[in-house]
Write a protein that binds this ligand. Structure first.
Ligand code: LLP
Length: 424
């Protein structure tokens, strides 16, 4: 990362902590609003999308944004602006993608349990189906024959490659439910060739999420190279290879690494893939495009003295950010208002679940009732995984864009107003 990036982010970080500088569209202080809420930095989102789009374009790669990471309309609209396609895993995501203006040709639809209605919806709209089993392929053939329309098919293969990430977000091992085992690839290819209603276009892979080292992607490339050659994918008309998503982000130092290194990521594939030149290479990033631009803002309700520990009870919990409860995931937490000496705390939400814990034994500036906390890196898999458990209300989202001064291309200082859009 160059110095300029660090500087820019540092200024931006100060701006977020200048609570009273942020105004909503109707002139109210953003941090006087009802908490919890999600706060998105549109400038960082755009910078990330631009970095990804440029790195992909340079190599002739196509990106399909994984809508499951965040389906907030404002976020999705930005993605559309950068000319990306969409990766969907439900009929509703498919519907949202088409409504938000993604070109149907650029939408792909995966999922191990697609319903007949969802498959038909994809067929009718000419959306590519990433087919996850021989059984699904048979159902799809029947549905497309009856509909009198050809279904575009990529076969999702389970390559048995360990992504070396959390067990719960591993998808490409034999034991996982996703994809077709390579031992059934030949039968699947022949099935496509024998059914006019199916138009086979290529192979799809996705080995897992939050991958931080190149090795799993290198092993994936080696597996793909072998499969492409051994199964003579070209001869079956294969012209597209989708390598899924999975690029991780830095949850520990979000301010130092706001934008993932897409250049190095794509370089891994340029260096290790050995499929024929004419094959179009596609990716489906989710987290890496949107995680760092989102922050969960929450207010401290109580600082409770337990027998041995101090517990900060916040008004956000697992219902707004499920990742810590589900995967023991780490999210950096900042107290945006306290300048008091540091102390050690557990931070937990209000839900009636003992697993509703954001963090244990973390250092925070002395924290009191009413303080505002920022839970970082919440742009991916927070809003989209939110729950209404305990009849909780859905948290709102706010968007802001630090203003750029026309003169020197740096951000405005905190005394200038912010563009801050309220989204219902
Ligand atoms: N393509 C497919 C077929 C997927 O299943 C996924 C994620 C992606 C692409 C995007 O992966 P990404 O680039 O975001 O790693 N809720 C978990 C993550 C689950 C990911 C599910 N599939 C979490 O919060 O960590």
């Amino acid at each position: 990362m160059n110095d300029e990036t660090v500087n820019l982010f540092f200024i931006h970080f100060n701006q977020i902590t200048q609570m009273h500088g942020l105004l909503t569209n109707d002139g109210q202080g953003l941090f006087d609003q009802k908490t919890p809420f999600y706060l998105y930095d549109l400038e960082l989102l755009e910078r990330t999308l631009q970095a990804a789009a440029m790195a992909a374009d340079k190599r002739g790669y196509k990106i399909h944004y994984a809508l499951k990471a965040n389906n907030e309309p404002e976020v999705v609209r930005q993605v559309v602006r950068y000319g990306m396609g969409a990766d969907c895993v439900s009929g509703n995501e498919l519907d949202a993608a088409l409504r938000h203006g993604f070109d149907a040709e650029g939408v792909v639809f995966a999922g191990v349990g697609k319903t007949d209605e969802e498959i038909l919806m994809a067929i009718q709209n000419g959306v590519l189906l990433n087919c996850e089993s021989l059984e699904e392929l048979m159902v799809t053939a029947g549905l497309s024959e009856r509909a009198g329309k050809q279904a575009r098919i990529a076969l999702r293969i389970n390559p048995d490659v360990d992504p070396c990430t959390h067990k719960k977000i591993t998808t490409g091992l034999d034991e996982n439910k996703f994809g077709i085992h390579p031992s059934q690839l030949q039968e699947s290819l022949d099935f496509c060739r024998d059914h006019d209603a199916l138009h086979f276009v290529g192979l799809h892979f996705h080995i897992g999420s939050q991958i931080l080292t190149p090795e799993p992607f290198i092993r994936l490339c080696e597996k793909v190279n072998r499969l492409w050659e051994v199964y003579r994918i070209d001869e079956y008309g294969g012209e597209m290879l989708n390598l899924g998503g999975g690029l991780g982000i830095d949850y520990y130092h979000p301010e130092q690494h706001p934008v993932p290194d897409f250049e190095s990521y794509f370089d891994i594939f340029s260096q290790h893939l050995r499929v024929p030149e004419h094959v179009h290479i596609h990716f489906e990033p989710g987290r890496s495009l949107v995680a760092q631009c989102g922050t969960l803002i929450t207010r401290v309700l109580y600082v409770k003295s337990g027998h041995t520990r101090k517990m900060v009870i916040t008004d956000a919990g697992m219902t707004e950010l499920l990742r810590p409860a589900l995967y023991q995931a780490f999210h950096k937490i900042d107290n945006l208002v306290s300048g008091r000496p540091e102390a050690q705390y557990d931070v937990m939400g209000p839900a009636c679940e003992s697993s509703d814990v954001f963090a244990k034994d973390i250092q925070l500036p002395g924290t009191c009732r009413g303080d505002i906390l920022a839970v970082r890196s919440c742009g991916a898999y927070a809003q989209s995984m939110s729950l209404q458990y305990n009849l909780r209300e859905k948290a709102r989202s706010y968007f802001y864009r630090p203003l750029l001064s026309a003169n020197n291309g740096t951000f405005s200082d905190a005394t200038e107003p912010f563009a801050c859009e309220v989204v219902d």
